[in-house]
Design a protein around this ligand. Structure first.
Ligand SMILES: [Zn+2]
Length: 148
């Protein structure tokens, strides 16, 4: 597996893992990290609180969104970014979104889906079980890495 930007595999996650499988694996590899569901205010899907080492995922969103929110907050956790007041944009957030997309998308499956659905981001997102946002982030990353 190509981890791209990662010096070493940060997280033993693979793109096809369900939300439940991710939660199970975290119990083993990160026993000090607390992951729970909650009713989060506003449009927040997830937060990471550095002080209590806790990831909270909104309980009302779909499993697809939960999966993406969990990986997103895990990337913040690995970098030590506190998002307990929500993500606030900027460079850290861009990095997190890029890394989240790379963790959630298998390059071969993405290439296949892109051909199959004629680059329609909604259909590709449904096929790969991620949000459209993750697809857009992945596309931007692909574009940047070709340009670099
Ligand atoms: Zn974030």
């Amino acid at each position: 597996m190509n981890y791209g930007w990662q010096k070493e595999p940060l997280l033993p996650l693979s793109p096809r893992m369900s939300y439940g499988q991710m939660r199970m694996i975290l119990y083993q590899v990160a026993p000090d990290l607390h992951v729970a569901s909650a009713r989060l205010p506003g449009k927040l899907d997830g937060i990471y609180c550095l002080a209590t080492n806790t990831v909270l995922i909104d309980r009302r969103i779909t499993y697809t969104r939960k999966r993406c929110a969990l990986v997103h907050e895990l990337v913040h956790w690995r970098h030590g970014d506190d998002t307990s007041n929500g993500c606030n944009g900027g460079k850290l957030e861009q990095r997190c979104r890029r890394e989240t997309a790379i963790l959630l998308i298998d390059p071969a499956e993405y290439a296949l889906a892109e051909r199959m659905y004629d680059s329609n981001p909604y259909q590709i997102a449904a096929e790969l079980n991620v949000t459209v946002q993750v697809i857009e982030d992945y596309k931007n990353w692909l574009h940047d890495s070709v340009a670099a």
